[in-house]
Design a protein around this ligand. Structure first.
Ligand SMILES: C[S@@+](CC[C@H](N)C(=O)[O-])C[C@H]1O[C@@H](n2cnc3c(N)ncnc32)[C@H](O)[C@@H]1O
Length: 493
């Protein structure tokens, strides 16, 4: 670790200016922050009962104090050396024997910066140490009442000295670095999604010239991140993955993630994975009981299917993307649930009309209630899944009424001001039946301003599935629904 201290502890006896009338029992002057602006000598300030502050130092919590130097603005190739900068921080000189006991009561006042020691050698006295304090907590280098009280208990004179502290690239946080480098006044997004060793960004146009620097700084500041990628196309490919550019680090995008205590391996450049769906995956799996049957129409690499199988459900999981299918099989093995999951690689409609229909028909023939499992069908392809509901029309034509029908969990995006109502009506239109009596809508997440991801859950109504059309159950576009579900988990009346 680099700590670049310029070990000079300087004191003067007096400091007075004729500025404001602020009075402090003891006040230390905070000198200018940038090396170029720091006056050549330092002032030692003695206790002074009526002390007036110079206007230049009245800013008690200087927001720029921990900023990198202005010369880094506009940097596109990372030059770590250019981040060096000296600031003046308050320090206490303390006998080394009592350091251990003093730090705890002073912990809220201590300097806390990445990579910086709070206690350092005293260059003038080998029996004492210098304890660095946070300039924001000791405004104008003046100890507050509680700190003075602590020092009194340890018999330490309440004298604060000044110390030239050299900040380096290592001492700045990611956001501080990006804010100093990127154009002033424009948004600095340091947020990213983490998928195993990969940090995944979605940079705006004005950030693109700085993308390689941003990637490198993210790696430097986030242990465990060894690859940074930026999305280069919107997610509209059939397989819901997207093109990406590796900005920094390794180009290997095969990674391992853990979600809800299950481990998955996947190639992030070829399959869909979204760490923001973990709660939703967990919510659906929570609804299942051991022995239930889950059909996952758009299964990806298995975040519904594998936990369901671990819960001793029987699972039929499908994905059209051959890469997802391969990783799904791999994850079944990895989690030792191969015997519980049957995997398919086909279009979702064919999956519903083939394996799902066949399995439901078998299940419906089971005689006793105890023998009958609950069937769930999960359809997480929010851009298109509602259209696939049409495949349920006549799916079980010929089966007897009273058969236990599956519960469908169908995802959809909505930009409508009333997303629950919107999703519900579109589902009814696709299915050709009313869902008035049997559905609930759950708000999954806000995807973008004015774009919600919703989950509509309903028990498949008998008439469309068995191939009947009932007047009583006409779709709601003919009978406008009243009192629609609007909030998370709301039920359709
Ligand atoms: C939004 S992802 C969801 C994956 C997974 N269920 C999850 O929650 O992470 C949708 C998945 O549907 C797959 N897919 C897209 N079109 C499909 C289709 N017509 N039939 C079956 N799968 C399809 C994609 O390959 C992708 O893996």
């Amino acid at each position: 670790m680099k700590f670049g201290f310029s070990a000079r502890l300087l004191k003067t006896n007096h400091f007075r200016t004729a500025a404001s009338n602020t009075s402090f029992p003891a006040v230390w002057m905070l000198l200018a922050q940038y090396p170029g602006r720091i006056p050549g000598s330092f002032a030692k300030v003695q206790r002074n009962s009526f002390f007036t502050m110079p206007e230049t130092v009245e800013d008690k919590a200087d927001p720029e104090l921990y900023s990198p130097p202005p010369r880094v603005r506009g940097m596109t190739q990372l030059d770590r050396e250019a981040f060096k900068r000296t600031i003046v921080v308050p320090v206490l000189k303390v006998q080394k024997e009592i350091i251990g006991s003093l730090l705890k009561p002073l912990k809220h006042t201590l300097l806390q910066r990445p990579g910086l020691k709070r206690v350092i050698e005293d260059p003038d006295d080998e029996n004492s140490r210098l304890v660095m304090l946070d300039p924001h907590k000791i405004p104008e280098f003046s100890l507050g009442g509680s700190e003075q009280e602590v020092l009194k208990q340890f018999n330490i004179p309440p004298v604060v000295s000044k110390y030239d502290l050299e900040l380096t690239y290592e001492s700045f946080k990611l956001e501080e670095i990006l804010r100093a480098v990127l154009p002033e006044g424009q948004e600095v997004t340091s947020g990213f999604s983490r998928v195993g060793h990969i940090a995944h960004l979605n940079l705006r146009d004005h950030q693109l010239p700085y993308r390689y620097l941003i990637g490198q700084v993210i790696i430097d500041k986030n242990p465990g991140v060894t690859s940074v990628v930026n999305k280069t196309s919107i997610i509209d490919s059939t397989y819901r993955n997207f093109e990406m550019e590796v900005l920094a680090g390794e180009s290997n995008l095969v990674t391992k993630v853990k979600e809800n205590n299950t481990t998955y391996e996947l190639d992030f450049s070829k399959v869909y994975w979204n760490p923001r769906l973990s709660t939703e995956h967990g919510r659906i799996v929570e609804l299942l009981k051991p022995g239930d049957v889950l059909f996952d129409v758009f299964a990806g690499v298995g975040p519904f299917a594998i936990p369901a199988a671990k819960k001793k459900c029987r699972v039929f999981a499908n994905d059209l993307n051959p890469e997802s299918y391969t990783w799904l099989l791999h994850n079944c093995k990895l989690n030792k649930v191969g015997d519980k999951i049957k995997a398919f690689n086909m279009d979702g409609r064919d999956f519903l009309l083939g394996p799902v229909r066949e399995e439901l028909s078998k299940g419906l023939l089971l005689q006793t209630e105890e023998q009958k499992p609950s069937f769930h069908i999960v359809m997480n392809l929010p851009a298109l899944a509602l259209e696939f509901l049409a495949a349920f029309r006549h799916l079980l034509a010929g089966a007897a009424r009273g058969a236990a029908l599956p519960t469908v969990h169908c995802y959809a995006f909505s930009k409508h001001p009333e997303p629950a109502l919107d999703v519900w009506q579109r589902a009814e239109a696709s299915l050709g039946a009313s869902l008035r009596a049997c559905c609930s809508v759950h708000a999954v997440r806000n995807v973008a301003p004015n774009k919600e991801m919703m989950c509509l859950s309903f028990q498949l109504p008998a008439d469309p599935a068995l191939g009947h059309q009932s007047d009583a159950e006409a779709p709601s576009d003919k009978q406008p629904p009243q009192g629609p579900p609007r909030e998370q988990g709301a039920s359709v009346p």
